[in-house]
Design a binder for this molecule. Structure first.
Ligand SMILES: Nc1ncnc2c1ncn2[C@@H]1O[C@H](COP(=O)(O)OP(=O)(O)OP(=O)(O)O)[C@@H](O)[C@H]1O
Ligand SMILES: [Mg+2]
Length: 287
């Protein structure tokens, strides 16, 4: 018997407000396997963040109604008690939010948040310290960064701390919501390379949300295009870019000028070719 996919969404509808509200998101089917890099593209308001937060069971906090089925490694998440969901968040699935400051308490050094998360998932104090230090080194930061408060780190550095934590927890599914949109090109490339390393090291699957199709085309194996809350295309990235089927995808591509230039290459290709040993250039620089 083959193992179930890591993530399997079926007939998922998300709506806000009073019945009978039109769902803002309706996903017929979406499958992610171990190590998959799936891009979620779409214009502003298409439902990308809603899709990512729903997978993590976080839209219910915003008063959303979620129906259908979301299975993570065979386990149903829709209707799962919050306590159980909280245990899955971190070790099994994690979020890199668009605004990384929101992921860390402003009144605690980031290290406290990181070590607490590791302890919550069964590490001893010593183990947690060791794993945090190793994870930070992997993203070009050092243990000293743990004693800083979120406002004392740049956005890119905070995102790297979040990636280090996912790495320390060997997170199986990472939802990255526009993780690079506030960064310059070099910092963007570093974050993308780190996500590729995470996948190579732990087989982490990544749901990479971005409005930037050029970025997704270089990074992802597959791209799903959302339009008004519906998946209008879900195909291998290279095929989708070379021959978009939906008119809306063509429009999004036309708005991504970099795709008109030389062929885009990125961590996705390196992973496929087994060249996954690249670090983001530089070390503890400010991303
Ligand atoms: N908490 C909420 N209450 C009511 N409506 C919401 C809520 N969150 C999202 N929506 C609606 O759901 C739709 C999709 O929003 P979402 O944030 O998922 O879009 P997005 O694709 O992430 O856009 P952007 O690229 O601007 O981040 C929008 O129409 C939005 O108004
Ligand atoms: Mg969004």
């Amino acid at each position: 018997m083959t193992a179930p996919p890591l993530l399997h969404l079926r007939d998922v509808r998300v709506s806000f407000g009073h019945e009978p509200a039109e769902p803002v998101l309706h996903i017929g089917e979406l499958v992610l396997r171990r190590g998959d890099f799936l891009g979620i593209a779409g214009e502003s308001g298409a439902g990308k963040t809603t899709a990512g937060l729903t997978v993590l069971g976080l839209t219910r906090h915003a008063g959303a109604r979620v129906t259908g089925s979301i299975r993570l490694a065979g386990e149903e998440l829709v209707g799962m008690p919050e306590r159980r969901l909280r245990r899955l968040r971190g070790a099994t699935m994690a979020l890199i939010p668009q605004n990384p400051a929101a992921a860390f308490s402003p009144v605690l050094p980031v290290g406290t948040t990181v070590l607490r998360a590791l302890r919550l998932h069964g590490c001893t104090r010593a183990e947690a310290r060791l794993r945090a230090a190793t994870g930070l080194k992997g993203v070009g930061l050092h243990e000293g960064h743990l004693s800083r408060y979120p406002h004392q780190l740049s956005g890119g550095q905070l995102q790297r701390v979040a990636i280090a934590l996912a790495s320390a927890l060997s997170t199986r599914l990472l939802v990255a919501d526009e993780p690079t949109s506030s960064l310059d090109v070099t910092a963007q490339a570093r974050i993308c390379a780190l996500l590729a390393e995470l996948r190579a090291a732990h087989g982490t699957a990544v749901l990479f949300i971005s409005h930037d199709l050029a970025l997704l085309a270089g990074l992802c194996d597959r791209i799903a295009v959302l339009h008004r809350g519906q998946v209008i295309e879900d195909r291998p990235a290279a095929d989708l870019v070379a021959a978009p089927r939906a008119e809306h995808t063509r429009r999004l591509l036309a708005a991504a000028p970099r795709l008109g230039g030389p062929a885009v290459s990125g961590p996705a290709e390196e992973y496929r070719e087994g060249r996954n040993d690249r670090r983001g250039e530089g070390t503890a620089g400010d991303a």
